[in-house]
Design a protein around this ligand. Structure first.
Ligand code: UDX
Length: 433
């Protein structure tokens, strides 16, 4: 099919490339000229495993093109809206300016029978509002909402082989068009839920709210473990064996961050309040607070580990991205910890395999070091806050020889306390004795 993807960020660039990989003819549109220039040259403007390969093959095949001109979307039968919905400055609500601008910009270019498909995460009620607008100004086109559940680091796989497909539609024709687009996934047995607009919008925010709650639940248990001498990682293993609970997303640590979970739970709360149902998701405020407390806990542990002050002490911070296999530092707990330690006077040296460029743009006041070895050299304290495999695999005896004081705070509970202690380290995990 002929497809346009409006918005070429983490979501849109992957979606456009994956759709072309599946054989569709795709045009990716974005207002950012630099981003479009990079993508057109086959270079992803961010780090995502597997994306360079499909981007290169799709652009080389001619099935994938990029443009900054919305008019180039005109020939498409289906238009995916994949622009960002960030948190509004000074409020918890989602900022819909990019969605509205993309939608309005697209309207003059909609061909007869075109389908506009929302992928962005939006407050429930948005799709109905956009469908009403479309009925007024472009009744020859229709709207569907098709939320995206991709995880950074697995975005290509999650797009080509999703766990499930959710279509929020107003008629069968829209569902049939989406079926045509996702034929490969459907043939492979991917479950498909066809529903109305509000349900489709809510599925996405409910999924993210549940995941955030699961992480904050185990982090709350970590707080109790810290007060009692229990070990939250063993607790997670034990409760995780109950298939109703499951072990995934029960890793206690410095908490969740990124461009989705934090802003999505806040936007959900804000929307629920608008609907007069703030009480129904009041727990999400607690989920957010527990999550933010874990960052503070790591900072407090660092101060404690250095005898009451980090001032002028050299702290190696391992990781700045919000999770491994990503260069994304949006709302990153790791970067937040580094910034807070710097604020307390520490000589922070932050390192990360992929995130340094983005971190430097946001926080130029920090010292960044690409080499893990150099970051660790002469450190008075090591703080691991993003569980890149390189850091998980560090040899405690080798690192012992680099640092000036062998104390480590494992903000992701991924190091083996026994072997680190055996190599002479003072080890502190989160919610572990
Ligand atoms: C998330 C959702 O998983 C995805 O379905 C949605 O489409 C977008 O938001 P993503 O932001 O890529 O994806 O990250 P995810 O893998 O969910 O991790 C989010 C955060 O939670 C990370 O900071 C991660 O470190 C943290 N996390 C995850 C934990 O602290 N503990 C866990 O057990 C799992």
């Amino acid at each position: 099919m002929k497809i346009s993807v409006i918005g070429c960020g983490y979501l849109g660039a992957v979606h456009a490339s994956a759709m072309a990989e599946l054989g569709h003819e795709v045009i990716g549109i974005d207002v950012d000229e630099r981003k479009i220039g990079e993508l057109a040259a086959g270079r992803p403007p961010f780090f995502e495993p597997g994306l360079p390969e499909i981007l290169t093959s799709a652009t080389a095949s001619g099935r994938l093109r990029f443009s900054t001109d919305m008019a180039d979307a005109a020939g498409a039968e289906v238009h995916f809206l994949a622009v960002g919905t960030p948190q509004t400055a000074g409020s918890h609500a989602a900022d819909l300016r990019f969605v509205d601008a993309a939608f309005e910009g697209l309207i003059p270019h909609l061909a007869d029978g075109a389908l506009v498909v929302g992928k962005s995460t939006v407050p429930v009620g948005t799709a109905t509002r956009l469908a009403e607008r479309l009925a007024e100004v472009a009744p020859h086109a229709s709207l569907a909402w098709n939320p995206e559940f991709l995880r950074e680091g697995f975005a290509v796989k999650d797009t080509i082989e999703p766990d499930r497909l959710v279509y929020g539609v107003a008629d069968d024709a829209a569902a049939a068009t989406l079926d045509e687009i996702y034929r490969a996934a459907l043939d492979a047995g991917t479950p498909r839920i066809v529903t109305d607009y509000p349900t489709a919008e809510l599925v996405k925010v409910a999924a993210n709210a549940f995941l955030a709650t699961k992480i904050s639940f185990i982090n709350a248990m970590a707080e109790i473990a810290e007060a009692t001498g229990a070990d939250v990682t063993q607790l997670a293993d034990a409760i995780g064996h109950d298939a109703r609970i499951g072990r995934r997303f029960l890793n206690a640590g410095v908490g969740f961050g990124g461009g989705c979970l934090p802003k999505d739970i806040r936007a959900f709360s804000a929307r629920a309040e608008e609907l007069g149902r703030g009480d129904s998701v009041a727990f999400l405020k607690e989920v957010d607070s527990i999550n933010l407390r874990r960052r503070q806990r790591v900072v407090d542990l660092a101060v404690e580990a250095l005898g009451g002050s980090v001032n002028e002490r050299r702290v190696a911070v391992l990781g700045v991205t919000f999770k491994p296999d990503s260069d994304d530092v949006r709302d990153s707990p790791a970067l937040d910890v580094a910034v807070q330690l710097k604020g307390l006077g520490a000589e922070v040296v932050a390192t990360d395999p992929e995130g340094l460029e983005n971190a430097r743009l946001r926080h130029p006041q920090l010292a960044y070091e690409a080499s893990t070895t150099e970051a660790l050299r002469d450190a008075d304290l090591v703080v691991l806050v993003t569980e890149w495999s390189e850091y998980r695999g560090l040899d405690p005896a080798e690192v012992r020889d680099l640092v000036s004081n062998p104390t480590v705070i494992d903000g992701r509970n991924v190091l083996d306390p026994v072997s680190w202690r055996a190599a002479g380290w003072t080890y502190r995990g989160l919610g572990r004795p």
